[in-house]
Design a protein around this ligand. Structure first.
Ligand SMILES: Nc1nc2c(c(=O)[nH]1)N[C@H]1C(S)=C(S)[C@@H](COP(=O)(O)O)O[C@H]1N2
Ligand SMILES: [Mo]
Length: 254
């Protein structure tokens, strides 16, 4: 028997293969861990699909913790000048551009729930009346492209303070009007460059880019930047996310 034949064979379901690619690539390459080290750390020998699945999720959650320890909370992401803005900007979603949701803007309300004192919904006008912050930053998509854009809106911290959110909670979750959903750690929610963007390039957010309200934070990968936000909630229960639940690392800091 050659060494090759003795080595346990990984038989992966398509879903698990996707997880292996998405999670393993980021975690193992970034941390420099080998398969052997991973099996030592997790107690799984990776001999069957079930184990692989367990390892990947365990590693990913462990990676979330390490990333959040390393996150300074105040260190600013790089900003750019107006002449560096990418034109045209790039659209991305889990569906093609012609399926961008139609939103009834005049009747739009942002819902707020979970561990907050004030659960009244917000109109766009009310959001526009809160202090605004602007940024020219780079959005980086996990699929291998990036683009520089200008967004402005309400710092999420300001919003959370206004609704009397329990800032000791672990998570802030987002529900979107295209059934997308995501969540972030509280430290990132309070970061000065994390904003609820109302404007893109100095004008109200266009449909493609997440109207009427999107999350914009240059400290996390593109898929964490939820568009078309309809509801925000504060919780200690892990909310996951659309891609996160399919294997993308939840923290996904940059
Ligand atoms: N509601 C919603 N938000 C979303 C997505 C989505 O499919 N639906 N896709 C994410 C991904 S993968 C990326 S890269 C960015 C793309 O934002 P853009 O269209 O402004 O470039 O939006 C993120 N936010
Ligand atoms: Mo993305």
């Amino acid at each position: 028997m050659t060494d090759e034949k003795k080595r346990p064979k990984l038989i992966l379901e398509p879903d698990q293969r996707k997880q292996l690619v998405n999670v393993q690539r980021r975690l193992m390459i970034k941390s420099g861990l080998t398969l052997g080290a991973v099996s030592m750390l997790t107690g799984c020998n990776m001999q069957d699909g079930d184990d692989v699945d367990k390892v990947l999720w365990a590693m990913s959650r462990w990676n979330d913790r390490v990333q959040s320890w390393l996150f300074s909370g105040q260190k600013l992401a790089q900003t750019y000048s107006a002449d560096q803005i990418t034109k045209p900007f790039r659209f991305n979603a889990y569906y093609p551009e012609y399926n961008v949701p139609e939103i009834d803007i005049p009747n739009y309300r942002l819902e707020v729930s979970g561990k907050v004192e004030k659960k009244a919904p917000w109109t766009l006008q009310q959001l526009q009346q809160l202090p605004q912050s602007s940024q020219i930053t780079r959005l980086i998509c996990i699929e291998g492209w990036s683009a520089i854009g200008q967004w402005s809106g309400v710092p999420l911290k300001t919003f959370l303070q206004h609704v009397g959110a329990d800032l000791t909670c672990k998570y802030v979750g987002f529900k979107c009007d295209d059934r997308y959903y995501s969540s972030i750690d509280m430290a990132t929610a309070l970061h000065p460059q994390t904003i609820l963007a109302l404007d893109f390039g100095g004008k109200p957010l266009p449909p493609d880019f997440g109207y009427p309200l999107r999350l914009r934070m240059p400290t996390k990968l593109g898929f964490k930047n939820a568009k078309h936000i309809g509801a925000i909630f504060v919780t200690d229960t892990y909310p996951g996310g659309y891609w996160e639940d399919q294997g993308y690392n939840w923290y996904s800091g940059i």
